[in-house]
Design a binder for this molecule. Structure first.
Ligand SMILES: [Zn+2]
Length: 250
């Protein structure tokens, strides 16, 4: 069975005041409160960042869709010019076909007219496709813009709430830190140093109660003699196994 490590608070074994453990427990309570508020603050910060990132992502999509719309409109203008030119060519060839002098010229002119008509039809198909693409890009963009507008509204309100909550927590933490340093000043310095040392690098509480002869944190059995020392409450005893400061409970 490991011995509880009795921490003499000074070289000459000077004992701490009787209410030191009580004060350390109060300090621990304040520290737990501060840790809790800081964790909430971190969660709020993460939520804000998430919302901002989502809005930025939507803005990026808008840029991509605008680029796509411009591209499609370029194709549309090109298709319009092609169709316009195709109509003029067809008209010119049809007029020339009226002025043929023999069968050979007639056949050649007809072949030219047919080819021009086919070109025009292909151009008109492309124009229809381009118009369809433009419509698709426009409606995707307007849907996205509607989505952005409603999310900006919704997220904007949430972000304001988060900001207000963060400011409130910041203030609360500042008050608790202030309360902590005032409280800490009134605690036996050696006990405070010990408390801070135990607390460092520990996510859970630095103090644990002695419960039915075992450490309330790791459940290691504490020797009877050490239990008596803990109950006397005149020195700090640290659990050999898990390192918490052990204290008696009524
Ligand atoms: Zn322990």
């Amino acid at each position: 069975m490991p011995e509880g490590r009795v921490i003499r608070l000074s070289e000459d074994g000077e004992e701490m005041e009787g209410n030191t453990v009580e004060s350390l427990l109060q300090l621990q309570e304040i520290d737990a409160l501060i840790v809790d508020r800081q964790a909430r603050l971190a969660a709020l910060r993460a939520e804000s960042e998430q919302l901002v990132a989502e809005l930025e992502e939507l803005e990026k999509k808008t840029v991509v869709l605008n680029g796509r719309l411009e591209e499609v409109e370029g194709e549309l203008r090109h298709a319009e010019r092609t169709v316009q030119a195709g109509r003029e060519t067809l008209k010119r060839l049809q007029a020339r076909a009226q002025e043929v002098h023999n069968m050979r010229e007639h056949t050649a002119a007809r072949a030219e007219v047919d080819a021009a008509r086919q070109n025009l039809e292909a151009g008109e198909d492309e124009l229809l496709d381009a118009m369809q693409d433009q419509e698709t890009a426009r409606s995707a963009l307007s849907e996205l813009e509607g989505d952005i507008a409603s999310r900006q509204q919704e997220y904007g309100e949430r972000l304001e709430d988060l900001d207000a909550e963060r400011r409130r927590l910041d203030e609360e933490i500042a008050i608790e830190l202030d309360r902590r340093s005032n409280r800490a000043l009134r605690i036996d310095e050696r006990a405070r140093v010990m408390y801070d040392m135990v607390r460092r690098g520990r996510a859970d509480s630095p103090l644990a109660p002695l419960v039915e002869g075992v450490c309330g944190h790791c459940y290691t059995a504490i020797p009877l003699q050490t239990q008596q020392v803990i109950r006397a409450g005149r020195v700090l005893v640290v659990c050999e196994t898990c390192g918490v400061i052990l204290h008696a409970v009524d």
